[in-house]
Design a protein around this ligand. Structure first.
Ligand code: FES
Ligand code: FES
Length: 172
C-alpha cells in the first residue's frame, strides 16, 4: 500500500492505495465519483477520460499512485457554482448525446484537446506542424476526438457542440 495524495476537483484526497489500483477505479470505487465511465478498460474507447493538470488521459490505463501530488478534474468538476461549463451547455443545445455513457469522457477530452491546439500540438491532419497555434476546423476536431467513441453515433452533435464552444467562440 502507498499513501497517495491527489487533488480531485479542488479537494485533496489522501488515502493508502494498493499500487495496482487504476486511476479510474480509484475515482469511481474509492472516491465515489462515478461520472468517469468504464467502457473498455483497455484504452480503446475514451469513456474514462479525465484531465490531469489540464491534460487529458485515459484513467483506465493509469495507476492512481502515479498521480500523487497531481490535480485531477473529472466531469463532476466542470460546473462552477451550479453553472454548467459552456461545453456542457453546448452538448445539450446540439443534442451531443443519446444514452450519455460516453459524454463525461467526450467533455473532458474536448477541453484537453482545445488546450493542446492552443499550445500548437499537431494532429495527424495538421497541414503545417510548425504552427504555434493550430487552427481547429471540423477535420481537426474529428481527428483529435477520434479516441472517444460514441456507440449511439451522436458524433455530429458532439462536433457541433465542440465547434461552437472552442472554434466559433474564438472566431467571434
Ligand atoms: S474505459 Fe478507458 S479507454 Fe475505454
Ligand atoms: S451518447 Fe451513447 S455512447 Fe455516446
Amino acid at each position: 500500500m502507498t499513501e497517495t495524495r491527489i487533488t480531485i476537483n479542488g479537494s485533496e484526497v489522501t488515502t493508502a492505495l494498493d499500487e495496482r489500483t487504476s486511476l479510474l477505479d480509484f475515482l469511481r470505487d474509492h472516491v465515489g465519483l462515478t461520472g468517469s465511465k468504464k467502457g473498455c478498460n483497455q484504452g480503446a474507447c475514451g469513456a474514462c477520460t479525465v484531465l490531469v493538470d489540464g491534460e487529458r488521459i485515459n484513467s483506465c490505463l493509469a495507476l492512481a499512485v502515479q498521480y500523487d501530488g497531481r490535480s485531477i478534474t473529472t466531469v463532476e468538476g466542470l460546473e462552477r457554482d451550479g453553472e454548467l461549463h459552456r461545453l456542457q451547455a453546448a452538448f445539450i443545445e446540439h443534442d451531443g448525446f443519446q444514452c450519455g455513457y460516453c459524454t463525461p469522457g467526450q467533455l473532458c477530452s474536448a477541453i484537453g484537446m482545445a488546450g493542446e491546439a492552443e499550445r500548437g500540438v499537431p494532429s495527424n491532419v495538421t497541414a503545417d506542424i510548425g504552427e504555434r497555434v493550430v487552427t481547429l476546423d471540423r477535420n481537426e476536431l474529428r481527428e483529435r476526438m477520434s479516441g472517444n467513441l460514441c456507440r449511439c453515433g451522436a458524433y455530429n452533435g458532439i462536433i457541433d457542440a465542440i465547434e461552437e464552444t472552442f472554434v466559433t467562440a474564438v472566431a467571434r
